[in-house]
Design a protein around this ligand. Structure first.
Ligand code: HXC
Length: 511
């Protein structure tokens, strides 16, 4: 009899808001909270915690609408054999809305994840604060935000947005390390289309205001976008494979037998004309292990490419200027995109590979007025602070302040390589000649010819890697084809690198 009572309760908890609401969820092209967990975790590995929790509210007759679990499924399980904690909001129960008990459940597993040094994954699908419960909902959110911040840098925190995520609710995912969204069925905004219309008179749809595409291409809030929920969850699992469980561990290496690591195609990858573009992703893909590149924010600030990869089985973070977009300049968006990624990799012991081909920072009022100074400084700060092994390869241009910023020797890089056609200088030869030989060019009989002559003089001195190499700023000038071999060795010898941090409360990154 008692067992029957338990079985009934479990069944009641599992059905959430009932079959009708489950059907409605499916009709919207969405999965249920439990179906998502099943897709995420290894078969039969899920252990639920708090499946019988209910809310305690009596406001507005809420005592008559109690659902076991209170709209969020929480627990732990394994992904590819590695433990994770997970919460999955159940839209079929009061719209997945969050209030006291719902928040307590999330906080409980966040605490367990932190104590046990295990990643936490949130699958968000919620109408936001449970309106009937009032201020306890706000308190519940703040309890989660507080834990998100405590967990930051301690364990990886990943958020998948699988439905609505609006109002202050957006700030929990925003405090986590990576946000995944799903095309057409997920959206995030602080204020929805109706409020926008009232306040600013703008007409905008939910999708346009805060859909997956918007947050991937315009705001940079989203790091990965899935075609559908299955694709989103597959991406989430893939990301986990590059990460350690917590900040004290290193990522799991994949067994790799060294082979012929020469990559001859790289010897011809840079165009003859230094002003012609090429695709840095081809360089990345050729350098790292086959099929191991997993790009982050692939449609945002495309002038910088960031992502994870493997080098001889070792998990690495990759940051590369992209000469095929805006000539690879650093601007506000690219700088913040790069900086946050560097800090994530550093927090979780993921070595950094930097591929540099950068003509400098983007000039103009738009950039200056949007704070390229403080935003560019974020990338600089992030590299300066990073203590993981860091290796730079200059494939072509390394000009001006961008040379310093992009993981130069001076700011703590472990190994700096340059390809033979690298140009490392304060600025391009044309501009440099115009400034330092201004009078000579102006007073010459043939200013145009003089300019060309002076430009060549400057280029001969600086449009090469040898000046920097003679100072030790470049450790080695290498054949492009040998780069992979060099990188494998350089990361291997750096694997026990230890830098003691200066004891202080925390730094003050130019946010
Ligand atoms: C209580 C809610 C709810 C909420 C939805 N429901 N949101 N119940 N509190 N916040 C309930 C509905 O009453 C309904 O119950 C069920 O969930 C499904 O909702 P529908 O409206 O039928 O679904 P849909 O048409 O898909 O619309 C989804 C929605 C809409 C866009 C999310 O429900 C909506 O606008 N909800 C309110 C959103 C909101 O304003 N939230 C507060 C934001 S402020 P039944 O019983 O019919 O199934 C906020 C502050 C947080 O979150 C601050 C943190 C610091």
């Amino acid at each position: 009899m008692k067992n029957q009572e338990l079985a009934n309760k479990i069944a009641e908890s599992k059905i959430g808001g009932g079959q009708k609401r489950i059907d409605s969820q499916h009709k919207k092209g969405k999965l249920t909270a439990r179906e998502r967990i099943e897709l995420l975790l290894d078969t039969n590995s899920f252990e639920e915690i708090g499946g019988l929790v209910t809310h305690r509210s009596t406001n507005f007759g809420l005592e008559k609408t109690k659902f076991l679990g209170d709209g969020v499924v929480t627990g732990y399980g394994t992904v590819d054999g590695r433990l994770i904690y997970v919460y999955s909001q159940d839209f079929t129960v009061l719209g997945g809305s969050l209030a006291e008990a719902h928040a307590e459940k999330i906080c409980k597993i966040m605490d367990l994840a932190m104590q046990n040094g295990v990643p936490i994954i949130g699958l968000n699908d919620s109408g936001g604060a449970r309106i009937q419960e009032g201020v306890v909902s706000l308190g519940g959110y703040a309890d989660i935000f507080f834990r998100n911040t405590k967990a930051s840098g301690l364990i990886p925190q990943l958020s998948a947005i699988m439905g609505p995520c609006a109002g202050g609710a957006v700030y929990s995912p925003a405090l986590t390390d990576f946000i995944f969204m799903t095309k057409n069925t997920s959206y995030m905004f602080v204020t929805g289309p109706n409020v926008v219309k009232t306040v600013t008179n703008e007409e905008v749809s939910a999708e346009e205001l805060g859909g997956a595409e918007t947050h991937m291409t315009k705001s940079g809030v989203s790091h990965f976008v899935g075609e559908n929920e299955l694709d989103t969850i597959e991406k989430l699992k893939k990301l986990l494979s590059y990460l350690p469980q917590n900040c004290k561990e290193i990522p799991k290496n994949i067994d790799y037998v060294l082979n012929d690591e020469v990559r001859p195609s790289l010897d011809n990858i840079i165009p003859e004309n230094p002003n012609h573009p090429y695709d840095i992703k081809k360089v990345i893909i050729t350098l790292i292990d086959t099929d191991s590149f997993f790009e982050v924010q692939n449609e945002y600030a495309e002038n910088i490419v960031i992502g994870f990869g493997r080098l001889a089985g070792r998990s690495i973070g990759i940051i590369a200027n992209q000469p095929a977009v805006l000539a690879g300049v650093l601007d506000v968006k690219a700088s913040t995109k790069g900086a946050r990624f560097v800090r994530f990799c550093d927090a979780f012991n993921i070595p950094l590979m930097v591929i540099e081909d950068v003509p400098g920072f983007l000039p103009g009022t738009d950039q200056e007025w949007n704070g390229i100074i403080s935003n560019g400084a974020k990338l600089l700060y992030a590299f300066c602070e990073a203590t993981v092994p860091r290796i730079t390869i200059i494939t072509r241009k390394a000009y001006g302040g961008a040379y310093d910023v992009m993981n130069s020797k001076h700011i703590g890089a472990d190994m700096n390589y340059a390809w033979p056609n690298a140009e490392i200088a304060v600025m391009g030869s044309k501009g440099a000649a115009e400034i330092i030989f201004k009078k000579e060019i102006k007073n010459s009989k043939n200013p145009k010819e003089k300019h060309i002559e002076k430009e060549k003089e400057y280029a001969d001195l600086f449009a090469n890697p040898y000046n920097a190499a003679s100072r030790g700023y470049i450790d080695e000038v290498i054949e492009p084809s040998s780069t992979r071999k060099k990188l494998i060795k350089a990361f291997k010898i750096s694997e026990n690198k230890k830098i003691e941090c200066i004891p202080k409360k925390h730094g003050n990154i130019p946010l």
